[in-house]
Design a protein around this ligand. Structure first.
Ligand SMILES: Cc1cc2nc3c(=O)[nH]c(=O)nc-3n(C[C@H](O)[C@H](O)[C@H](O)COP(=O)(O)OP(=O)(O)OC[C@H]3O[C@@H](n4cnc5c(N)ncnc54)[C@H](O)[C@@H]3O)c2cc1C
Length: 285
């Protein structure tokens, strides 16, 4: 299919992008890597009147540490592409789950175009990086006409392709607590290596808490948004074994059915992948 006609605007800064959003109104869409937006435009599931191309904003591509010690934060520019995150030395040292997960997104072509801001804003419940971000904690930094504001990742993804972002705002940064050597595990089940997850589970933290905090678990493709496996987290905090806690991973989820898996199979995967991710995080695998 061919997308419906649209106006194309290339911008060189966040201010220019926000001005263009204000000028073109709610029917305008930001274009980052285009790897989620263009397919849905070709299917005419999205018919934006204007595309505001932010892929040339060099200032939005970075990974850096801000602050010291336990309060240190890893700041990631929204324009950082998956392959840049995968190879970034700061990210590998300070928050190693993210480069690992970035390297599991799609194929090399997707990773060379797709951005962390794009996958965050798109709010697809089957997305890898949002699942990892939800387990890690931290905030999504939005910028709009009123300035910048930070939304906790636990409040950002509000529904199927819906977020807490207003139409006149954009994602400019992700701020993630530094985990360093804290345990983590990421398990993604696919039919082929470069597919989207049928289900994925991310686990971060340790039983004793410490720098990485208590164990947290997030799931992909088990509801309308990526979501935390809160029953599992509470069981772990209460002293349950990993095996016992993982059996609760599908509580509070509402998985769908499609050609890849029915809901019961997804529930089984959520429990299995959660156990494996927790075992890896705990160093018990
Ligand atoms: C073949 C294929 C396989 C894929 N496999 C996977 C996979 O295995 N796992 C996975 O997680 N993803 C996968 N993806 C999706 C990929 O990660 C996308 O790149 C990503 O979801 C969107 O990022 P983007 O930069 O391409 O965003 P775009 O497609 O440009 O934009 C997506 C949406 O976000 C908005 N947007 C973009 N940037 C911003 C911003 N800074 N602020 C506000 N709104 C913004 C756009 O307006 C649009 O609505 C796949 C995609 C393809 C085509």
């Amino acid at each position: 299919m061919i997308p419906a006609p649209f106006e194309y605007v290339k911008v060189a800064s966040v201010d220019e992008a926000l001005s263009a959003l204000a000028e073109h109104g709610e029917d305008a869409k930001l274009l980052a890597g285009g790897h989620s937006l263009l397919p849905i435009m070709k299917l005419r599931l999205a018919i934006p009147s204007a595309l505001i191309d932010i892929s040339g904003i060099a200032d939005l591509s970075y990974v850096r540490v801000e602050g010291d010690g336990a309060d240190a934060i890893v700041a990631i520019g929204a324009g950082t592409r998956h392959y840049e995150l995968e190879r970034d030395e700061v990210a590998r040292a300070e928050v190693p789950m993210l480069p690992h997960v970035a390297g599991r997104v799609g194929d090399p072509q997707v990773r060379h175009r797709g951005t962390i801001g794009g996958t965050t804003a798109h709010s697809d419940p089957a997305s890898d990086l949002p699942t990892a971000l939800l387990a890690l904690g931290g905030t999504v930094v939005l910028q709009g006409p009123g300035g910048r504001r930070e939304v906790p990742v636990t409040e950002f993804w509000t529904g199927f392709f819906e977020t807490a972002m207003s139409p006149d705002e954009m994602v400019v940064e992700l701020r993630v607590p530094r985990t360093g050597s804290t345990g983590w595990g990421y398990e993604k089940f696919t039919r082929r290596e470069n597919d989207w997850p049928i289900v994925a589970a991310a686990a971060v933290g340790s039983r004793g808490g410490g720098a990485g905090g208590p164990l947290r678990v997030a799931l992909a493709n088990m509801a309308g948004t990526v979501l935390r496996a809160t029953a599992t987290e509470e069981a772990l905090a209460g002293g349950a074994s990993i095996a016992e806690a993982a059996e609760l991973a599908d509580q509070g989820t509402s998985p769908g059915a499609d050609m890849h898996a029915d809901a019961d199979y997804r529930r089984h995967l959520a429990r299995l992948l959660t156990r494996r991710a927790l075992e890896t995080a705990a160093g018990a695998a």
